[in-house]
Design a protein around this ligand. Structure first.
Ligand SMILES: Cc1ncc(COP(=O)(O)O)c(C=O)c1O
Ligand code: FES
Length: 423
């Protein structure tokens, strides 16, 4: 590791004043907020989305009049809330062409992923001992898989190629007689690549293996049909679709039936798969968010595509930048996630220089490159994208001016020919 060099560069960077153009653009960056002061431009919708005001509107009535327990079956307070819960369940099912009865409410995609990756193999553990997933899953899937290894299961972690895609041949070759579950995410949260769900589902069905997909980043953003794609279990998160945080769902197929050992037991709510009193305000908000995302999918995606193309063109016009994701086939890339590496820019320095933009970064610990992930959504504006393109162009240029590596490249030195001391 190049820790010393890394951190020295960082200190030097912070003591240098930005060029004039940069400070002018910085002034326009922030919004005033009486509670939190100035806030950066929000380009991190993979982490969470702002709540749609229409969702909040729906939720408010459950904090006032509609306070009944939806599981109270003996009086009107229970019935009226239960009716609303079932309407919400229907909206969520509609997005993925499921039956409302197949939607199990949970606290979010983390819980849904735990439920599927642990619950299904545990139920079939007498006969089956093998799980297949990928190396690029969200931590909650990877960690659930590790737990199952501790319980005596074998887990195959499929690799992905340069574009982040798994190979279907790898999947076919990995399936064994005792494989119980394949868990492969729909849209990757860091680079936005879309795995071939329909092809994976077909392979799983032919081999009688259950197919679970973590669709936290995909639900309502790309078309998903659980029947056409042979998906048996699917994880959903409300706060990624402009709904409230703390709620999600797991789609669990009824025909052919998927059985599982529940993680949370008790009163037997949610078909016995997830006990506990539901939170009607969250359920109703989630349902409204699902209704809206289905109704407005074409409109949202057209807007996101437009902004995404603009951002991508703007960032890739900077020399020595690389797009991370699938460029060869637009059908395999979710446009709302733009991940770009900037060569010869010290990673943490760039993050420091982008304090007026809220974004995610993959691995910050590499001195030569950084992969910021820009997340665009329903409420992102064109002016914000214009600002970000301009700010990044100026700052990458500024940071490269201080980079000895960049200077050497400009002088025509091939960095691969250099023998670095201390490595
Ligand atoms: C791919 C993926 N899976 C799971 C999760 C976890 O979702 P939740 O916050 O609803 O638990 C996220 C969100 O961070 C995600 O991006
Ligand atoms: S400390 Fe080595 S790359 Fe960050």
């Amino acid at each position: 590791m190049d820790g010393e060099l890394h951190h020295k560069t960082q200190i030097e960077t912070s003591s240098v004043q930005p060029p004039e153009g940069l400070s002018i653009s910085l002034k326009n960056a922030t919004r005033d907020d009486s509670l939190y002061g100035t806030r950066p431009i929000y380009l991190d919708v993979q982490a969470t989305t702002p709540t749609d005001p229409r969702v909040l509107d729906k939720m408010l009535q459950f904090y006032t009049g509609l306070y009944g327990n939806p599981h109270s079956s003996t009086h009107a307070y229970g019935w009226e809330t239960d009716k609303e819960v079932e309407i919400a369940r229907g909206h969520i099912a509609d997005v993925i062409n499921a039956d409302a009865k197949e939607i199990i409410f949970t606290s979010g995609a983390t819980e849904s992923n735990n439920m599927a990756v642990k619950g299904v193999p545990r139920f079939y553990s007498k006969a089956k001992k093998h799980i297949i997933t990928t190396q690029t899953e969200h931590k909650c899937v990877l960690d659930s898989a590790r737990h199952m290894q501790d319980e005596g299961f074998d887990v195959t972690y499929l690799p992905v190629n340069q574009e982040g895609l798994i190979s279907l041949d790898d999947l076919k070759n990995a399936i064994r007689k005792d494989t119980v579950l394949v868990s492969i995410m729909a849209v990757n949260n860091e680079i936005g690549v879309i795995q071939p769900l329909k092809e994976i589902g077909k392979i799983c069905r032919e081999n009688k293996v259950f197919f679970h997909t973590d669709a936290a980043q995909a639900f309502g953003k790309i078309p998903i049909d659980v029947n056409d794609m042979n998906i048996d279990l699917l994880s959903i998160s409300s706060h990624k679709i402009y709904g409230p945080k703390g709620i999600g769902a797991c789609y669990v197929r009824r025909r052919p039936r998927v059985r599982m050992i529940p993680i949370i037991t008790g009163g037997g709510q949610e078909r016995g798969l997830r006990s506990g009193t539901l939170a009607p305000p969250l359920v109703a908000g989630f349902g409204e968010a699902a209704r809206l995302i289905k109704e407005e999918m074409d409109y949202d995606q057209a807007w996101i595509h437009k902004l995404s193309n603009k951002l991508k063109d703007g960032l890739l016009s900077i020399p020595e930048t690389q797009y991370n994701g699938c460029l060869s086939d637009p059908a395999k890339q979710y446009a709302g996630c733009v991940n770009v590496s900037f060569a010869y820019v010290e990673g943490e320095s760039l993050l420091m220089a982008l304090k007026d933009i809220a974004l995610s970064s993959g691995s910050a610990c590499t001195s030569a490159s950084l992969e910021p992930s820009f997340g665009l959504g329903r409420f992102t504006t064109e002016a914000e994208v214009d600002y970000v393109i301009n700010a990044i162009q100026l700052r990458v240029e500024f940071l490269r001016k201080m980079s000895p590596l960049w200077e050497m490249v400009q002088d025509g030195i091939d960095l691969n020919t250099i023998e670095w001391s201390g490595h």
